[in-house]
Design a protein around this ligand. Structure first.
Ligand code: ADP
Ligand code: MG
Length: 378
């Protein structure tokens, strides 16, 4: 593989000759290589990724999205911390040959990421990173973006898919999960609220990342503050509520997504506070009232949506998600249902927290504006 990467690297506009290829990087979707080159002036590092064209069948359109978004972020004053696409010598975003389809990025220096959440401060930084990302892109013409996975967070369509699976799926599995199917369908109208708000233009279409996991946030090695989001394959038009909700679904659960101890699965409110504070520090100014009001419920909706997807896949014979044992998808679905139930119990508290954070941050902005005005008068 390394000799292939060496050859591929030669097609990108990078400095020097390849002296080392390191493929130890974690990643579930694409294959990632750290490529070190050398010329008379020194060493340079680059990232080359082999794109998983099974998951992303249109890598060219996907790369157009990434180029649009990263250029827009880089154009923002003082903020050049972002992925930066390196073109091929033919002026293309991809190099393709019989072995696959490859892209190249600048290596983010003095940065690292984590697989496991360390503490609350770190989760606040995850919120801040998502806020910064959306902050830079809130004036981006979202219509330019291609919908990489159509209807990714269209919850009403996910409900329909579950209903269909409950008819045409594996008979024993349908019988076995009668209660779970009903639990999801009982909340049908509530679960459609984000999509309905989008359809009725009560909330705007914005740029969304759609994979706001901890390990897609790069941190500064020295300060341990969040630098930027990586893994931009699923950048698409959508609601910012998707990114907020999904980050909390994963990051604020007391148990992993496939833990079987359903009774012990809870939504950690202190993590919710930390994350929301980091996020709103960045997003409060431009977030609409309606979006602000819906932040908490989006966590519930996204969790239920994810649970429905696991259950649908279970009913249809585990075609989509990778499973390690026969009931893996069922465990995941029950896990998400337990988490969603706990979020449901805590919704009012969560809404109060968001409200008070938003008021507090507005006060800070007003005080700051007042101070700036005073300074101007001096
Ligand atoms: N530009 C970059 N600079 C430094 N490290 C990177 C860069 N891009 C990716 N990585 C590393 O490679 C890993 C996998 O990349 P990612 O784009 O998240 O792929 P996947 O879709 O497989 O998760 C990341 O978790 C990160 O450690
Ligand atoms: Mg990743």
């Amino acid at each position: 593989m390394n000799s292939i990467i060496k050859r591929i690297a030669g097609h990108f506009l990078i400095k020097g000759d390849v002296v080392d290829v390191d493929s130890h990087f974690n990643g579930l979707v694409n294959k990632t290589f750290l490529v070190r080159t050398q010329d008379a002036n020194g060493y340079y590092d680059y990232i080359i990724q082999k794109i998983n064209t099974y998951v992303f069948p249109n890598p060219h359109r996907l790369m157009e999205n990434i180029v649009h978004v990263t250029r827009h972020i880089a154009s923002k004053e003082e903020h050049n911390q972002t992925l930066h696409v390196i073109m091929s010598s033919e002026g293309k975003t991809l190099v393709e040959d019989a072995s696959g389809c490859y892209r190249c990025y600048h290596y983010l220096e003095n940065a690292h990421n984590y697989q496991q959440l360390q503490d609350l401060r770190q989760f606040k930084e995850v919120g801040r990173a998502i806020g910064i990302f959306q902050n830079h892109l809130q004036d981006f013409p979202v219509k330019l973006l291609y919908e990489v996975i159509p209807d990714f967070h269209n919850t009403p369509k996910r409900i329909k898919a579950l209903k269909k699976a409950a008819k045409v799926g594996i008979k024993e599995r349908i019988k076995e999960t009668k209660n779970e199917i009903q639990n999801f369908l009982d909340k049908k109208s509530f679960l459609s609220r984000v999509q309905t708000a989008l359809d009725q233009k009560e909330i705007p279409l914005r740029v969304t990342h759609n994979d706001t996991k901890l390990n897609n946030v790069m941190f500064d090695q020295l300060t341990n503050r969040a630098l930027c989001l990586i893994d931009l394959d699923t950048v698409m038009p959508g609601s910012v509520l998707f990114d907020f909700g999904d980050a909390l679904r994963v990051g604020a659960s007391t148990k992993p997504e496939d833990d079987k101890e359903f009774k012990h699965i809870a939504f950690d409110i202190t993590r919710f506070i930390a994350f929301s504070a980091g996020y709103l520090l960045q997003a409060n100014e431009w977030l609409s009232d309606k979006e602000g009001d819906m932040l908490s419920e989006s966590v519930y909706i996204i969790t239920m949506e994810c649970g429905m997807r696991f259950l649908t896949d279970y009913l249809l014979g585990d075609k989509y998600f990778l499973t390690r044992y026969p009931k893996h998808n069922l465990v995941r679905a029950k896990n998400q249902l337990s988490l969603a139930n706990d979020i449901w119990q805590k919704l009012t508290v969560m809404q109060k927290i968001v409200k008070s954070l938003r008021t507090r941050f507005e006060e800070i902005v007003i005080t700051k504006l007042g101070r700036d005005k005073e300074n101007c008068n001096l």
